[in-house]
Design a protein around this ligand. Structure first.
Ligand code: SAH
Length: 373
């Protein structure tokens, strides 16, 4: 097929190439948004995505301990709200429904919390919604699905694992003393290629960054984060939430755009819609967006630290003792989630809450813990 280099193969690639040929290069954020959410061919519209037979594996699929500890965390967050008789438990991007199923099973240990629950799942992907319905068919609590976060009344607890990273990120590139929007255009060979877009009159970078040098890239989800934080703060009081993702605690420069398909890294510009496309989550920026909407934030802390404080090792040991034939798998799973050179440090956890609630469990800053001694 000699035409392969010049005529992009998939319908989404053709659609994007036509759009760029007609209107000019599109921003990286618009490119990611199209790849992930295009109504017909976006990655997150239909792909099964998660699990051994999909493209990537997530924490709840690695160990049941993850969802169980989060379920108990939610029960404590509910108690900190004064134990209201009705509470919305909202999960953003619930994947295969595994986290929620494990959380609800663990919550059986706090019957008044379970009795108060109404579960709301926010999911854009019809294939994953079907998996969630299967995983939760005998959940024993009311469960409803929605395509996007809807405003609602009353106390709410939000959980979101690997959801922030599906929100499209803008890349800015520093050239000759000014910031420009990084774009995707068409190269001379007809393939997609990165290109510098328009100069930004006001790049509005956060304080505390080092001086930029030629070619530095800054990644920002400013628009997506403030939209989400606005929805969350409008969703009714009191509110507590837990966001977990691959990312960094402080803002900095660097190109972290990556595509993953079938458990391997892929070229982000090849096969749009066929791979998961992400940039790392900037937790400092998410915290800023949340606080700008009148909420408080706790953390971020590394995932290993968070799970450790919730008793992850102890819970895994109990499971191993109860299931000796699966002990090695259980041990490997918890080590993968908590290990300081892997997910334990590469993933961060941040809590958000109404300002009048007490700080959330297991999310106090690491420094303050040391300063107490
Ligand atoms: N939390 C799950 C899945 C993470 S993958 C886990 O830990 O296994 C991201 C999830 O967000 C998927 O369920 C995906 O379909 C969903 N998603 C992606 N874009 C979305 C959007 N715009 N609105 C709602 N859900 C979305």
């Amino acid at each position: 097929m000699t035409g392969a280099a010049t005529s992009p193969a998939s319908p989404l690639a053709r659609k994007l190439a036509e759009r760029i040929a007609r209107d000019g290069p599109i921003s990286v954020a618009d490119y990611i948004e199209a790849c992930l959410q295009d109504a017909d061919d976006g990655y997150y519209r239909h792909k099964a995505a998660i699990g051994a037979g999909g493209d990537f594996v997530t924490a709840p699929e690695i160990s049941q301990v993850f969802g169980e500890l989060i379920g108990l965390w939610c029960a404590v967050a509910w108690q900190q709200m004064g134990g209201p008789p009705a509470v919305r438990l909202i999960e953003l991007g619930p994947g295969r429904g595994t986290l929620m199923a494990d959380a609800l099973r663990a919550a059986q240990r706090v019957p008044a919390f379970r009795a108060a629950l109404r579960v709301e799942l926010v999911e854009s992907n019809a294939t994953l919604e079907a998996a969630q319905r299967l995983a939760l068919h005998d959940a024993g609590v009311p469960v409803v699905w929605m395509r996007e976060l809807a405003p609602g009344d009353g106390p709410a607890i939000i959980i979101a694992n690997e959801f922030l990273d599906v929100l499209a990120a803008e890349q800015l590139v520093f050239r000759e003393g000014t910031w420009r929007t990084r774009c995707v255009g068409l190269g001379a060979d007809g393939r997609f290629a990165f290109t510098d877009g328009p100069v930004l009159a006001d790049a509005a970078l956060p304080d505390g960054l080092p001086a930029a040098t030629e070619g530095d890239i800054f990644e920002t989800r400013r628009r997506a984060f403030s939209d989400l934080a606005g929805r969350l703060s409008a969703a009714g009081q009191p509110l507590s939430g837990l966001f977990i993702d691959y990312g960094h605690q402080t803002s900095g420069f660097g190109d972290t755009l990556q595509a993953v398909a079938a458990h391997r890294y892929a070229d982000p510009l090849l096969g749009p819609g066929a791979a998961d496309l992400t940039v790392q989550v900037d937790f400092a920026a998410f915290g800023d967006a949340v606080r700008a909407c009148g909420l408080a934030s706790d953390g971020p802390v590394p995932q290993g630290e968070f799970l450790g404080r919730l008793g992850g090792v102890e819970r895994a040991s109990r499971l191993m003792a109860d299931n000796p034939s699966k002990a090695a798998t259980i041990e490997a799973g918890i080590a993968r989630l908590m290990g300081p050179t892997g997910m334990g440090s590469h993933f961060q956890v941040i809590g958000i809450r109404s300002v009048d609630l007490a700080p959330l469990p297991a999310l106090a800053a690491v420094d303050s813990e040391h300063s107490a001694s």
